[in-house]
Design a protein around this ligand. Structure first.
Ligand SMILES: [Zn+2]
Length: 192
């Protein structure tokens, strides 16, 4: 498939990559991790690396899908800079991941659902608008298959709430519209 004239990936290429990221995110959910997935690929859609959120499995608060995908891509490419590649993530990246995307010199980013609590592209803050950054994304698109990423998050937290109901606790009230989404990690343990 030929790249489009202004050098951006074709929408069909981005959608195919997002479907791979969504499968990664589903794998995270199955493992009990908040569903988030990411792939690093070239603009023709050839995948270099793919990853899912693994903060619990690795006991690593930085083990977000985007970080793990970037780390693996850099290892495979043999360069700490990933010029010419793009990242496709199921969720709006957090500030840590967006900074990593910029440090990696990735060409572009596509993401699915907004992340109201931690999103660094207009939700919590907009890192891409900071003046003085010496690297900018040539390609940036949000909302790609966003409904599917949102459904993964909704289903994940719905499942997680079930056991407490079985123990006789009242069900949690649904969040009001516009309330922040839960963060990717587990809730901190309460003090004894
Ligand atoms: Zn992140």
């Amino acid at each position: 498939m030929a790249p489009d004239p202004d050098g951006f990936p074709l929408p069909a290429v981005i959608e195919n990559l997002m479907r791979v990221s969504l499968r990664e995110a589903q794998g995270a959910a199955t493992a009990g991790e908040v569903p988030a997935g990411a792939v690093v690929a070239d603009r023709e859609g050839a995948i270099v690396s793919r990853a899912r959120n693994r903060v619990i499995a690795l006991q690593d608060p930085t083990a977000h899908a985007e970080i793990l995908a970037i780390r693996e891509a850099a290892r495979l490419v043999g360069n700490y800079r990933l010029n010419g590649l793009i990242l496709v993530s199921t969720l709006e990246p957090c500030p840590m991941c967006l900074a990593a995307i910029l440090h990696a010199r990735l060409d572009g980013l596509a993401y699915g659902a907004r992340e109201p609590k931690w999103g660094a592209l207009g939700s919590l803050l907009d890192l891409s608008a900071l003046p003085g950054l010496n690297h900018r994304l040539r390609y940036l698109q949000g909302g790609v298959l966003a409904g599917e990423a949102q459904a993964q998050i909704r289903d994940f937290f719905r499942e997680r709430r079930k056991p407490s109901r079985l123990q006789g606790e009242p069900p949690e009230a649904p969040a009001p519209p516009g309330a922040p989404a839960p963060s990717r990690g587990p809730a901190p343990a309460p003090f004894p």
